[in-house]
Design a protein around this ligand. Structure first.
Ligand SMILES: Cc1cc2nc3c(=O)[nH]c(=O)nc-3n(C[C@H](O)[C@H](O)[C@H](O)COP(=O)(O)OP(=O)(O)OC[C@H]3O[C@@H](n4cnc5c(N)ncnc54)[C@H](O)[C@@H]3O)c2cc1C
Length: 400
């Protein structure tokens, strides 16, 4: 089996390394996630990456992207090189990662014109209004309603866990428009301006100490009828396009390989009883076990890559990446924190921080990623029932 990418790709990799060496001093910090609306610093970096084809690579030029033909191997090389150089790989978030691909696949021309360029440049920041207090894993039970009146949907209900809603400009939201239809057929997918009257956002503080997600209360919120993506009642299918992209974003093996490299450096640098941790069997054991799992995930991702290159439907493989990748991310950040000892308990501006406290924040945030985008239990159910042919989980009896 030949696992090398070939000369054209190695040239691409060399050019990228030259670019990173030349420009990395302009990069915002890598790996800290989005904690506020992108500012001029982040947006300038994003513009430079788009101009050189290192982000938004396949988004058509007419929508502000680089306009390259899809080439998954180049995408993988970009992820690998940015991660190993610890350089910020551009703006992230649900707008760029989930909404833009969904509009390209299912939006209309007006929606693409209106939103894609402004989203990828960081002018518009988006949140995802799916989960509700009674609808998380069982998302299709959502109850937030939207009725049509005078050319508008009138939305009433409540969303929860809405990441970044407190600084978002727009929200892609799921609402029930056809209450009489079976639950999966009664949902619509709308694009909602967060400045519309009737939206109240209440931040929820997580254990990182920051408010990363929110409750969102909606009272008679008026959204124009042309804000719908797809047709009325098709929202479940549109949402699944979006979720497919979210699962791709979470548990990325290239990021995890970068983490393994960083942990090796920590184990070489930090000492216990005067000797580098790398020389202590207990740390070495854990490192090697986690490294082996990361390599296994990398080869699994290569299988997915081959399927994509051969135009085959990857099926359950995406669920495996989400499940295994997010669990492994947490295992890796556990090793890093323990290796940092007492320094591993500090974050948020302490003068003794290593790597800007990013391991500490990641470790807490990693738990959330195991839940968000579909919990590990749900991924396991899907993999075992659809992939391994195991018996379906018993459903709760319906109340009379
Ligand atoms: C960091 C983070 C960010 C998020 N961001 C967003 C966002 O931006 N927008 C948004 O809409 N949502 C967001 N969410 C919500 C997320 O999608 C839900 O939390 C998730 O789908 C689980 O739903 P729930 O919290 O209602 O838990 P529940 O569905 O109530 O599940 C509770 C527990 O029961 C288990 N469980 C449920 N059903 C089954 C089953 N059939 N079999 C076995 N176990 C089961 C679950 O695994 C879980 O452990 C975010 C969540 C987190 C943690």
């Amino acid at each position: 089996m030949d696992l090398s990418y070939g000369p054209e790709y190695e040239d691409f990799r060399s050019d990228l390394r030259v670019f990173l060496e030349k420009h990395k001093h302009k990069s915002p910090l890598a790996g800290m996630g989005m904690r506020g609306h992108p500012g001029p610093f982040e947006r300038d970096w994003q513009a430079l990456l788009i101009e050189n084809g290192y982000t938004c690579r396949t988004i058509p030029k007419k929508y502000g992207g680089y306009g390259a033909e899809p080439d998954i191997l180049k995408t993988v090389i970009i992820q690998e090189e940015f991660t190993s150089a610890n350089v910020n790989s551009g703006l992230s978030g649900q707008g760029i990662g989930m909404l833009v691909p969904t509009l390209l696949e299912r939006g209309n021309d007006d929606q693409r014109e209106k939103y894609i360029r402004r989203t990828i440049t960081g002018e518009l920041y988006w949140c995802q209004g799916y989960s509700e207090p009674g609808a998380g894993s069982d998302l299709a039970s959502l109850r937030t309603s939207a009725k049509v009146e005078d050319g508008h949907f009138i939305i009433n209900g409540q969303k929860i866990w809405t990441s970044s809603a407190h600084f978002s400009d727009m929200c892609f939201i799921l609402v029930r428009t056809e209450p009489d239809k079976p639950k999966h057929e009664g949902i619509s997918y709308l694009l909602m301006d967060m400045k519309t009257p009737g939206i109240e956002v209440r931040p929820l503080v997580t254990m990182t100490g920051a408010a990363e997600f929110n409750e969102m209360f909606l009272t008679d919120v008026k959204v124009p009828v042309d804000s719908i993506v797809g047709e009325r009642g098709e929202g479940w299918h549109v949402a699944n396009t979006t979720l497919k992209h979210e699962r791709g974003m979470l548990g990325d093996p290239a990021l995890l390989l970068g983490r393994v490299e960083s942990i090796i450096k920590i184990l070489q640098h930090e000492k216990l009883n005067g000797r580098p941790l790398m020389e202590h069997a207990s740390y070495l054991d854990r490192l090697v076990a986690a490294q082996a799992k990361t390599e296994a995930l990398k080869f699994h991702a290569l299988r997915l890559l081959s399927q994509t290159l051969n135009n085959e439907e990857p099926g359950l493989n995406r669920f495996i990446i989400k499940f295994y990748g997010t669990e492994l991310a947490r295992e890796l950040s556990d090793i890093a924190l323990e290796a940092l000892g007492e320094l591993g308990t500090l974050y948020d501006g302490s003068p003794h921080l290593r790597a800007h406290g990013s391991w500490q924040v990641r470790n807490m945030f990693d738990l959330g990623l195991i839940i968000g985008g579909g919990t590990s239990q749900i991924q396991k159910n899907i993999i075992s029932e659809r992939g391994l042919g195991m018996p379906r989980e018993p459903k709760l009896a319906k109340a009379n």
